[in-house]
Design a protein around this ligand. Structure first.
Ligand SMILES: NC(=O)c1ccc[n+]([C@@H]2O[C@H](COP(=O)([O-])OP(=O)(O)OC[C@H]3O[C@@H](n4cnc5c(N)ncnc54)[C@H](OP(=O)(O)O)[C@@H]3O)[C@@H](O)[C@H]2O)c1
Length: 223
């Protein structure tokens, strides 16, 4: 499959949590990050062609996904939303700031698709039930998105991990424990369950940026 180079980037607590509780915006946990961590994140944004977060992250965090703490151009925002249920006042639909693609499926009501297009975003239909990355990734690759940063959440990260369509994982470690069984962690979904199926990583580098530990991992058994 022709696809972009995929880098999952996330801030995580020491126990791997993405946020304070299920349904909470990760912005609260991210407020623990210092400016150097934001710079690290935004320097990556400035280098990639596209950036993706799941529709649930758009609904709970309302991120802009633009470059503000570094120099460089904004990546194209790609949001998988199987029924195109993205609030029309979302920051990602402010296309004056950066272009946006809403990836959706045959299930999306036509009127919703029209309203999104009226906001100036592009809509790609990829799949019947959930957004199918085997269809979406070659399409965005053709549109010039050769590198893609995936900023979560847990469900979207699992989609990339389970299909092994991830080349690197970069983590900003927050020196806190959040706890809680149902709190989203870096990767959600069903899990691999069997030792032979696990995704294997090699530590490429680790360093301190500001007060955060950063680790950068290469995926060994990618597809
Ligand atoms: N710490 C961090 O770096 C970080 C980063 C991002 C998010 N977060 C946190 O993570 C949480 C959200 O994570 P989440 O796992 O609930 O949601 P998510 O991964 O952001 O989004 C999942 C949603 O994407 C849509 N989707 C479309 N196609 C899909 C596919 N093939 N596979 C999976 N989902 C697909 C579905 O919504 P539809 O049914 O509408 O299609 C699904 O519910 C929030 O609390 C957020 O604050 C933290």
């Amino acid at each position: 499959m022709e696809r972009p180079y995929v880098i999952i980037v996330s801030e995580v607590s020491v126990d791997g949590k993405l946020t304070l509780y299920r349904g909470a915006s990760s912005k609260e946990l991210m407020s623990l990050m210092d400016e150097e961590a934001y710079k690290y994140l935004h320097e990556i944004r400035a280098k990639v062609d596209g950036i993706m977060v799941g529709c649930e992250t758009v609904r709970t965090d309302n991120p802009s996904l633009t470059v503000r703490y570094a120099k460089g151009k904004n990546p194209v925002r790609i949001i998988p939303c199987s029924t195109a249920n993205v609030p029309l006042d979302s920051n990602v639909l402010n296309v004056q700031e950066a272009p946006t693609i809403i990836a959706t499926t045959e299930r999306a009501p036509k009127e919703r698709i029209e309203k999104i297009k009226e906001k100036g975003a592009e809509v790609i239909i990829a799949g019947d039930e959930l957004v199918d990355f085997d269809i979406l990734l070659p399409q965005i690759f053709k549109r010039g998105i050769k590198s893609l940063m995936v900023e979560g959440g847990a469900s979207i990260n699992w989609e990339f991990v389970r299909r092994r369509i991830v080349d690197e994982i970069r983590l900003i470690h927050l020196p806190v424990i959040v706890g809680g069984e149902n709190v989203p962690t870096l990767v959600g979904g069903e899990g691999f369950k069997k030792l032979k199926n696990l995704l294997h990583l090699r530590l490429r580098s680790h360093f301190i940026r500001g007060k955060q530990l950063i680790t950068e991992w290469e995926v060994i058994n990618k597809s």
